[in-house]
Ligand binder design. Sequence first.
Ligand code: SAM
Length: 314
Amino acid sequence: MAHNPSDVCEMQLNGVSEVMDLLHIDVDIDMMKGKPGKEDLLHSRNVLRKQRNWERQLAAKKSKRKEEKQRRKLNREQESAGATGSPQFTKRVMKAITKERLAEAQRTGLKLCVDLSMTDCMSDKISVCLMQEVGRLAGQLRRMYGSNKKAARPFHLFLTELQEDSRLYRECVRMNEGFLNYKIDITEESCLDLFPPEKLVYLSPDAEEALETVDADKVYVLGGLVDESIQKKLSFSRARELNICTVRLPIDEYMVKKNNTKNFHSKILAVNQVLDILLTFCDTGSWIDALQAWFPQGKGYVVTQDESSAKSAT
Ligand SMILES: C[S@@+](CC[C@H](N)C(=O)[O-])C[C@H]1O[C@@H](n2cnc3c(N)ncnc32)[C@H](O)[C@@H]1O
């Protein structure tokens, strides 16, 4: 079949181009064709390749500089730890230690549940108020987790009866960064589904008996409610319903009323404050230390300064 001269020329050019490609020589086909150069002809493949090479070298230099900087920082930290004699861990190491401590608590730690079955009772169901209370409870759960993370001997925490389709669950996920990765057991089951009733001890401000000590054989339960809950004795009634024994914090035993202008006195604490008190008690074995450190000043009580005048909790 006859070819016209321009076809023949095109075929030859293609052949040459393939050979050049095999030899890794970039030749602009249009230049071979002798077509007039356009602006973008300047960006030949060679130029682009050189540019890419240059960019790669630059990125490699940058990452080498970063690695070098990190190595120097680590050296400095190790040197200063050696100088002070006390270990100063990097953030990464601290994170790993905390993670391990919480994992250990989940294996062997004291157990504490937050019973979230009552969140619907929190407000008079005026939706704005309820949402505010749900938000406050989500914040208190975040603070609880924060305190537990920092504790020398953290609790094995459980959030029980937290339904995945509930407002509280959604608020926790929305407000509390990393909530779904918290080292906490989050479950839709109740504390009674998880533990035998004789092991459970419900903390309620309305209980008659005072908590004396924190026992490794027991599982402590807090009512997942916020202070605004106007309904009294909610956690107490709930514990009764479940046939679980109740105890209150030993406030009467170690604290006295303090005069204040509003004549306000309350023994009802937020769940995170109760956990702070329990953590300090577990650490020090002293209710005085724990209440002194964490009982909020605005509640109108002070720790009796004289230890001997504190009423025995037994
Ligand atoms: C803000 S309080 C809720 C008060 C609510 N009126 C009730 O009936 O429990 C949240 C939870 O913290 C615990 N709590 C607060 N103050 C306490 C106290 N003085 N003694 C024992 N537990 C307390 C209880 O488990 C309580 O359910």
